[in-house]
Design a protein. Structure first.
Length: 94
């Protein structure tokens, strides 16, 4: 599934969305025909849940940032930690 923006019949941008069988968002990406960097985000969910615990942002095949989340026993966000490709902390919320 995807969407796009046209200007005078030229496709300016296109975004593709991927979903799993539980209809949870799995991927958001732009194809290389629109953006040579091919940016994408992949979502990972807790088992049997709609809560994402990890997001991975990439350009082409290179991971640029990973964000991990923790939740307490009533599904409130606990910690959020974002790291760059080398594992260096970009931002943290505890």
């Amino acid at each position: 599934m995807g969407s796009g923006v046209l200007n005078d019949q030229a496709l300016l941008t296109e975004t593709d969305y991927g979903y799993d069988t539980a209809l949870r968002l799995l991927t958001v990406s732009q194809p290389t025909s629109i953006n040579a960097q091919n940016p994408s985000v992949t979502y990972y969910y807790l088992a049997n849940s709609s809560l994402p615990y990890q997001l991975v942002l990439k350009n082409s095949a290179s991971t640029r940032m990973t964000t991990k989340r923790t939740y307490d026993y009533i599904n409130r966000i606990g910690d959020i930690l974002s790291t760059d490709a080398s594992g260096r902390v970009i931002s943290a919320f505890t």
